[in-house]
Design a protein around this ligand. Structure first.
Ligand SMILES: [Zn+2]
Ligand SMILES: [Zn+2]
Length: 238
């Protein structure tokens, strides 16, 4: 417990609990703390997600995680994060300021954006994005034929393909699976027995349990432009 008690015990200093508030991957204070349910080690979500996606194990103790659904063993740790923010209020304030400032500039117009893109090092720090569950992520979802991602049974003209480009603004916590469901309904291919609908980033199919923020973390997406996803629909091979 970190609250002071009736017998006059005071709060522990940051130093006392520091090691529990630090992410062992980036050595910084935890941001968007995420705990591996197998071993209870905690990391920043942006640190643990790319590691787990690639190695299917804990970055600290290497406990093996499911190779098919490693993300099912990650839990957002709101309690731990609130402790970090309580103990290191400056961190919470910085993070909120950073987001506010970034979003103001993001929507202030392209010219301002271009000036600021010139200093690439500052940009990298500035744009290192962390997402709270309800932070909006803009996505641009395009039909897969344009990227030559695979042969489809749907052959269409350019203008028809254009119609298949969709812009969304979704909460960072939205699972890819929900997007799949939405597109299945939209294009009337709701039956997985007849059609496969995949969502891809840079040609890589995304697991339905990935959240948009996970995709951003895994592929180091910066908020400069909408997250560009592709979808492809193919008949299910019997
Ligand atoms: Zn970290
Ligand atoms: Zn571990």
């Amino acid at each position: 417990m970190i609250e002071s008690t009736d017998d006059g015990k005071t709060q522990p200093s940051v130093g006392d609990v520091n090691c529990h508030l630090i992410c062992t991957v980036c050595k910084g204070y935890l941001v968007d703390a995420t705990t591996i349910t197998e071993c209870l080690h905690s990391f920043c979500r942006s640190c643990v997600v790319p590691h787990v996606a690639e190695f299917h194990q804990c970055p600290s103790c290497s406990v093996p995680l499911s190779t098919t659904k490693p993300f099912s063993q990650l839990r957002r740790d709101y309690t731990l994060q609130s402790i970090v923010y309580k103990m290191v209020p400056r961190l919470a304030r910085n993070e909120l300021d950073r987001r506010k400032q970034f979003r103001q500039e993001r929507f202030a117009g392209a010219s301002k954006m271009n000036n600021f893109v010139e200093d690439s090092k500052a940009e990298e720090c500035y744009l290192q994005s962390f997402f709270a569950p309800n932070d909006p992520i803009s996505i641009n979802c395009e039909f897969g034929l344009r990227a030559n991602l695979g042969k489809d049974d749907l052959s269409e003209s350019g203008s028809q393909q254009q119609q298949h480009r969709r812009f969304f603004r979704c909460p960072a916590d939205l699972p890819i699976g929900h997007l799949v469901k939405f597109l299945r309904n939209k294009f009337n291919v709701t039956d997985p027995a007849t059609h496969k609908l995949e969502i891809l980033y840079n040609g890589r199919p995304l697991a339905p349990e990935y959240k948009l923020s996970d995709v951003a973390y895994i592929f180091s997406w910066k908020e400069r432009e909408p997250l560009r996803l592709w979808y492809r629909i193919s008949p299910t091979i019997k």
